[in-house]
Design a protein around this ligand. Structure first.
Ligand code: COA
Length: 258
């Protein structure tokens, strides 16, 4: 079991919960925290997590962004290394072989918003505030926001959010399609835990294949994506869960997935 100062990883019933635990800095991501997150994602995958939850410690923040005190004096090569580390973590979440849910329990700015964008689903507490705020620091989103945000909310809204650096509340984020759901602050942990447990109980390979196919929808031409879907779909035949799921349906009973 690894020993990280600012990341905790809990496993329960097939769900891995990763918590950024730096509340005195509103969970801002310095290099150590990002590196720990990178390792923790590998560990969650090695443990065979059937769903991943990403959240922030304390009542105020999901993640208030990249660490501004660290960034202030970076040279271009240092900034490039920091961007690459942030991208590696976001890509790892996006390619994690099980669905990832961001439980946005407070401020999600800059890099915090970008980590949430890399997740499959986003649930926000009603007092969450979200934004790609980098412009007012004299920079732009550097951990994937300029690419993932327009794919999620559309080009016009993404341009508005990034150009103005606007900080929007959970309700507006929901209207823009930036979060899928808004729940009361005292219910977000339980609600997300329930969603994650439901996902972890689904057929593992089918869920991983569904995520891979959906990810391809943003990456490739429709023709290539359709070809890929056919391959993923047929590859599931012969798995325990395919045989069991179909047999259970035909016998009118609940399936017993692996
Ligand atoms: N990087 C480094 N430190 C940060 C931080 C960040 N992204 N966000 C917050 N902090 C630190 C603050 O400097 C402060 O430290 P201090 O106690 O030593 O002064 C501490 O966390 C608490 O933040 P504070 O600003 O005092 O809390 P607040 O409730 O008044 O405001 C925010 C909260 C989130 C609105 C405000 O901190 C903020 O705007 N943060 C920056 C958000 C941002 O632009 N992120 C994108 C970075 S790419």
């Amino acid at each position: 079991m690894s020993d990280w100062e600012t990341i905790t990883l809990d496993h329960e019933n097939g769900v891995a919960t990763l918590t950024v635990d730096r509340p005195d800095r509103l969970n801002a991501l310095n290099v150590d925290t990002l590196e720990a997150l990178d390792e923790a994602l590998d560990e969650a995958e090695a443990e065979g997590a059937g769903a991943l939850v990403l959240t922030g410690a304390g009542d105020d923040a999901f993640v208030a962004g990249a660490d501004i005190s660290y960034m202030q004096d970076l040279s271009t090569p240092e900034a490039q290394a920091y961007a690459e580390l942030g991208h590696r973590v976001a890509d790892k979440i996006e390619q994690f072989p099980a669905p990832a849910i961001a439980a946005i329990n407070g401020y999600a700015f800059g890099g915090g918003c970008e980590l949430a964008l890399a997740c499959d689903l986003r649930v926000a507490s009603e007092d969450a505030v979200i934004g790609q705020t980098e412009i007012d620091l004299g920079i732009i989103p550097g951990w994937g926001g300029s690419q993932r945000l327009p794919r999620l909310v559309g080009d016009e809204i993404a341009r508005r959010l990034i150009f103005f650096g606007e900080r929007i509340d959970a309700q507006d984020a929901h209207e823009h399609g930036l979060v899928g759901e808004v729940v009361a602050g005292d219910q977000i942990d339980d609600h997300v835990a329930e969603l994650a447990a439901d996902l972890a109980a689904k057929p593992t390979y089918a869920l991983a294949a569904a995520k891979e196919a959906l990810n391809q929808a943003h990456e490739t031409s429709q023709e290539a994506g359709l070809r890929y879907e056919r391959r993923l779909w047929s590859g599931l035949f012969g798995t325990h869960d395919q045989r069991e799921g179909m047999q259970a349906f035909l016998e009118d009973r609940a399936p017993d997935f692996e």
